[in-house]
Design a protein around this ligand. Structure first.
Ligand SMILES: [Zn+2]
Length: 173
């Protein structure tokens, strides 16, 4: 790679960075009608979970209607942690979350997918999501390394709160 090419490449990166800063300063980037959400994603049903109608008031069995904390409580009467690691609920919920991972790989081609929140704090669930996602993708995206792709938030349960604080600080500048 020549010096001229490198210089041009640096320029492109710099312009993109400035553009991102401008968009972030205005709040929600103009291309979106509303902030992107994963909840309404419609997953394929798990073979052992065909009868539950789902809890989403808009769609019934969208991802949120099948795999959120309230959906788990409505279906099995307890949280995943309370149900214990041998309960089939763990595999069913992981199956749905893995479909979201594969969809995001197809749409956005991310290097990392951070999965956190109440349900995903269940011990062992992230590994089940990785296993299901690797099986579903079946090498299509050129990687089998789902332990690197799918990670827990570095700030744990405080990620949402500290992220909101960071945005508030940036808005004040
Ligand atoms: Zn929904």
């Amino acid at each position: 790679m020549g010096r001229r090419h490198r210089r041009r490449h640096r320029g492109v990166r710099h312009r993109r960075y400035r553009h991102r800063r401008r968009c972030a300063g205005r709040g929600t980037p103009g291309a979106w009608q509303s902030p992107p959400r994963n909840g309404p994603y419609p997953p394929r049903r798990h073979p052992d979970d065909r009868d539950f109608a789902g809890t989403c008031p808009f769609h019934g069995d969208c991802l949120e209607g099948l795999a959120s904390g309230p959906a788990i409580a409505a279906r099995w009467g307890a949280s995943l942690s309370e149900l214990g690691p041998d309960h089939p609920a763990h595999d069913i919920v992981a199956y749905y979350l893995a479909q979201l991972v594969v969809a995001q790989q197809a749409l956005l081609s991310p290097r990392r997918i951070v999965l956190g929140g109440g349900v995903l704090g269940t011990p062992g669930l992230l590994d089940r999501v990785r296993d299901h996602a690797a099986r579903m993708a079946n090498g299509y995206f050129g990687t089998h390394d789902y332990a690197t792709l799918i990670v827990a938030p570095g700030l744990g349960d405080r990620a949402g709160l500290l992220g909101a604080l960071a945005l508030a600080q940036r808005a004040r500048r």
